[in-house]
Ligand binder design. Structure first.
Ligand SMILES: *[C@@H]1O[C@H](CO)[C@@H](O)[C@H](O)[C@H]1NC(C)=O
Ligand SMILES: *[C@@H]1O[C@H](CO)[C@@H](O)[C@H](O)[C@H]1NC(C)=O
Ligand SMILES: *[C@@H]1O[C@H](CO)[C@@H](O)[C@H](O)[C@H]1NC(C)=O
Ligand SMILES: *[C@@H]1O[C@H](CO)[C@@H](O)[C@H](O)[C@H]1NC(C)=O
Length: 558
């Protein structure tokens, strides 16, 4: 370690980095546009935690687009410690974070001042190396979790893919998505998405100095983060800032809110803060802890609690007529998306986490039928024919299946079909089918997920970071290690060459004759996909064909 850092210092001094010698310490130092940052050496390379990519969005900057950071040069920024996470109900002192979606408990600080990112650099990178870059956007329904989460420590992913990995926070809940007021002081919502754009811009401006290539950026997200990646694929302002996309488990069946819905919700939120409608001064002056309370409390005022989106995603993207002008399924069907190489996939049981998480007791048949009527109205009869109640006294299993298909798998197939129809063939679909091991502590909080491939299961295999998650430290079986490495192989190839099957000249422990060829979605005209599983992956055709044909025909997507 010490000799490595010495080498680096020598290199930096030779490159003329004036300040790098000062305040000598033993971490790697990199120049950024705002000043030098010092990170830490780890076995897999270098880690830089908590670099600011925008000014603290506090005070008068609350509910404003992200603003530039103040430079700190010639001081060296201490990037050895995770930053505060954005304000949320999760990740508090008593929150059981089994999966590692929060920072290590003693380090967890929440705050409005949360626009920071982490950078993970593989050992093979050097100042001129131009390694491809991953930017990861975390999930959590736009109201929880953080890039600072232990699981999202990208050092292993960087090592296995031979890429530079960046993970950025973005504003959550009301602070990220409030729509209130009028005129130039109004809160227009979608600030969380603008924060992500700012992080993409930071990568363009700075990643070269970390050995990354700003012209080879793969945007990668899971759940709400996956929905965010799709947003960037349709957002003009993001277009030049990334080149490829990996989209894991996007909840496309949840729609973007209308202005009107968002305004009503925003007014309810203001009322809890004792602010009159549209009084932005009052809202901006409210104490952050009161805001935190109000953004939780307002969720009990949901207009229509049966509406799927309001349960799963009370705060989130808004159709603002500017950045977002239509729903995702429509953007793709009308060809309004960037035709960049894309990998997109879902897990076989996305729904259980939400259905069992939300309904702690059995769901009687009549309540299931009522819910279908409320959600699908005139189509409820055909939905119930396709997803018939079991009449066993608990309809949660069938409702979970329905949620998996309607919210995740089928709209995903739908946008892929649209992509193909619009002449976009660089698209690969996966189905992640390996269940959570029953003995994994990480999932203890969700006993109903034992043996199922719940939402988020694939993350542990992508990041391979469970050795850092103290509550889990789940060890892969040899077969699971092969599965995890195959994901790193395909994703790494994709980041390097735009094709999951082509390694280019990257460093990888696998060779193309050791892994299955992953045909593109349209190659056999039969909805081709790769099934990630143990003992080995396989190529599938026509995943959920009948069910997804049903949803496509009913045309019930938002
Ligand atoms: C940087 O932060 C680490 C972790 O908090 C701390 O131990 C160290 O003393 C800091 N270094 C400097 C130069 O401030
Ligand atoms: C990954 O780590 C292994 C073992 O430490 C090392 O041999 C390899 O060079 C690393 N690869 C990269 C891309 O950092
Ligand atoms: C709003 O006013 C009520 C009644 O005066 C008070 O109980 C409550 O604490 C106030 N809420 C906030 C967030 O200040
Ligand atoms: C298409 O997929 C289905 C499975 O859904 C399979 O039965 C059929 O043989 C496939 N057709 C071709 C031409 O591969």
């Amino acid at each position: 370690m010490a000799s490595l850092s010495l080498q680096l210092l020598v290199v930096l001094v030779l490159l003329g980095c004036g300040v790098c010698g000062s305040g000598a310490s033993d971490g790697p130092v990199v120049q950024t546009s705002h000043g030098p940052v010092r990170g830490i050496f780890v076995e897999e390379g270098k880690t830089f935690y908590g670099i600011p990519f925008a000014a603290p969005p506090t005070g008068n900057l609350r509910w404003r687009p992200p603003q530039p950071t103040k430079p700190w040069a010639p001081d060296i920024y201490n990037a050895t410690k995770r930053s505060p996470i954005c304000i949320q109900a999760a990740c508090g002192p008593n929150y059981p974070d089994y999966m590692g979606q929060c920072p290590p408990a003693p380090e967890t600080v929440q705050g409005e001042d949360c626009l920071y990112l982490n950078v993970f650099v593989p050992n093979t990178a050097s100042p001129k190396s131009k390694k491809p870059v991953f930017i990861f956007i975390h999930g959590g329904n736009f109201f929880e979790f953080s890039a600072m989460g232990i699981m999202y420590d990208g050092r292993f992913f960087a090592n296995k893919t031979d890429c530079v990995v960046v993970a950025a926070n973005y504003r959550l809940s009301s602070l990220g998505f409030l729509r209130a007021g009028t005129g130039k002081d109004a809160a227009m919502g979608n600030y969380g998405l603008l924060d992500q754009v700012a992080a993409l811009q930071w990568v363009q401006d700075n990643i070269g100095d970390f050995g990354g290539d700003e012209n080879q950026v793969t945007l990668f997200g899971q759940s709400a983060g996956a929905y965010s990646v799709l947003f960037h694929l349709v957002n003009e302002g993001s277009e030049k800032l990334f080149h490829k996309a990996i989209v894991s488990s996007p909840p496309i069946g949840l729609y973007f809110r209308s202005q009107l819905e968002a305004i009503i919700f925003g007014n309810d939120f203001a009322a809890i803060l004792n602010c009159s409608v549209g009084d932005m001064e009052c809202l901006r002056e409210a104490d952050a802890s009161k805001v935190a309370h109000a953004q939780q409390a307002v969720q009990s005022k949901l207009v229509n609690p049966i509406h799927l989106i309001e349960l799963a995603e009370p705060w989130g993207p808004i159709v603002d007529g500017d950045m977002i002008s239509r729903q995702m399924v429509e953007s793709f069907s009308t060809g309004n998306f960037q035709k960049k190489p894309i990998i997109i996939g879902t897990n076989t049981d996305e729904g259980s986490l939400f259905i069992y998480g939300g309904l702690s007791s059995p769901l009687p048949t009549t309540r299931y039928q009522e819910a279908m009527l409320a959600i699908f109205k005139t189509s409820a009869f055909s939905v119930l024919k396709t997803y018939p109640p079991s009449n066993t006294g608990d309809e949660r299993p069938i409702l979970s299946t329905l949620a998996t298909h309607f919210i995740f798998s089928c709209p995903t197939r739908n946008i892929l079909k649209s992509a193909l129809k619009n002449g976009h063939s660089n698209a690969w679909m996966y189905v992640f089918a390996h269940p959570i091991p029953g003995n994994d502590d990480a999932w203890r909080r969700f006993p109903f997920c034992a043996g199922k491939v719940c939402h988020g299961t694939e993350l542990a295999f992508e990041f391979q970071s469970s050795s850092l998650v103290k509550t889990s430290q789940y060890k892969f079986t040899p077969e699971e290690q092969v599965l995890a490495d195959s994901m790193a192989y395909y994703y790494g190839n994709f980041a390097h060459t735009g094709n999951p099957n082509t390694p280019g000249n990257r460093l990888t422990s696998l060779r193309s004759n050791q892994v299955l060829l992953w045909p593109s979605f349209g190659s056999a005209q039969n909805y081709t996909n790769l099934v990630f599983d143990v003992p080995k992956n396989s190529v599938g055709q026509g995943y959920l064909r009948d069910k997804c044909d049903f949803w496509d025909e009913e045309n019930l997507y938002p």
